[in-house]
Design a binder for this molecule. Structure first.
Ligand code: ATP
Ligand code: MG
Length: 354
């Protein structure tokens, strides 16, 4: 189902939870809603589902305005974080629930449940009760139950939040495959960037009730359009006075500009690792953390603490050690604008006077 949402607003009392939200989703796409707590993600889902009425704005599903349709007529399936299964019902009955309400004939219900049990990898569990399942299995039952009535839109509100990291990782891959196979338009809310990046075709960053940016994960990462997005996605350091760093002196011409430096924009090492010392700063290792596939290093440069990564293949740096720091580029922003600035000394090294 193609979704078109325009100029949604929703106020709870004095508080505006959703501000002029517009977006569209192509049929069969999975879109990830990502953003800080209280940003308005759940409110947006609830409005789409018809559980909340917007103050203004239009919701169009497949060319048809659905603002006045009750939830059960919108063709939506839900999976929520705490969407408890019916405890006293077996897996089979949980999945069949929506179909019974629709008064589907018994043999058709049996066939549809069998199909979903197969699809969600729950074969052999049909007669178990929720307390006899693991968290991951329960959430798969919740997916099967949501998909059973063949919804056109699937709304997933942090479906894996209560599940531990390892299983969660497996479920992500599983969900991605499931959604591809079923080909259903879906919206997936998460707090977890990695989850959004891995699962979604497109990400929408929601903050203070507004859409900050929408795009593919790569697009958002490479071209953040607002300081909020730049600092929210990926790890980074905000630097107040970027003009104090070598190669960025020119930034002085923009007095109220701050900079954001991503870890991968920074290279650190011992003297022999650099051919171009004129573009480097001197820094001191503050802390170093083993990250499984690399080191995460906190390095002090002047009054700034920068975060960067270092390959496990290279010499291990020690806390307190003096190192060379090359900042390749920074993301600059002020109230009106944002842009990338390259280290000028790196591009155009100063001539060496002998
Ligand atoms: N029914 C309500 N009455 C009053 N305020 C509400 C109501 N529902 C949501 N809010 C407020 O609206 C804001 C957005 O809430 P929402 O649940 O949409 O955020 P969220 O992005 O889903 O957050 P989280 O990531 O913590 O789930 C919050 O400040 C919340 O307190
Ligand atoms: Mg929420």
């Amino acid at each position: 189902m193609h979704i078109e949402v325009s100029h949604l607003n929703k106020t709870f009392g004095q508080f505006q939870a959703v501000r002029d939200v517009s977006f569209s989703i192509e049929k069969g796409h999975l879109i990830g809603l990502l953003g800080p707590s209280g940003g308005g993600k759940t409110s947006i889902l609830r409005i789409l589902a018809g559980l909340e009425t917007p103050d203004s704005g239009e919701i169009v599903f497949h060319g048809k305005k659905v603002n006045d349709l009750p939830p059960q007529e919108r063709g939506i399936g839900f999976v929520f974080q705490n969407y408890a299964l019916f405890k006293h019902m077996s897996v089979f009955d949980n999945i069949a629930f929506g179909l019974k309400i629709k008064k589907m004939p018994k043999d058709q219900i049996r066939a549809r449940v069998a199909e979903l049990v197969e699809l969600t990898g729950l074969k052999g569990f049909e007669h178990r009760y929720p307390h006899q399942l693991s968290g991951g299995q329960r959430q798969r039952v919740a997916f099967a139950r949501a998909l059973a009535p063949e919804p056109q839109l699937l709304l997933l509100d942090e479906p894996f939040a209560a599940i531990d990291a390892k299983i969660r990782q497996e479920l992500r891959v599983w969900l991605r495959n499931l959604i591809e196979r079923v080909g259903i338009t879906s919206i997936f809310v998460t707090h977890d960037q990695d989850e959004a990046i891995e699962v979604a075709d497109e990400i929408m960053i929601i903050n203070q009730g507004k859409v900050e940016q929408k795009g593919t994960p790569w697009d958002i990462y490479k071209n953040p359009q607002t300081p909020f997005v730049a600092s929210f996605i990926g790890e980074s350091t905000i630097v107040e006075q970027i003009s104090e760093l070598k190669g960025f002196e020119e930034a002085k011409i923009w007095p109220h500009t701050k900079a954001l430096i991503r870890p991968e924009y920074i290279e650190i090492g011992r003297r022999h690792e650099f051919s171009l010392l004129s573009a480097t700063e001197r820094g001191r290792i503050k802390q170093i953390h083993f990250r499984g596939s690399e080191w995460m290093v906190e390095v002090e440069v002047g009054s700034h603490t920068l975060i960067t990564y270092r390959s496990l293949e290279l010499d291990v740096l020690q806390p307190g050690e003096e190192v060379y720091v090359l900042v390749h580029r920074a993301y600059l922003f002020n109230d009106n604008d944002s842009w990338i600035m390259e280290n000028k000394l790196k591009e155009d090294p100063m001539p060496i006077h002998i």
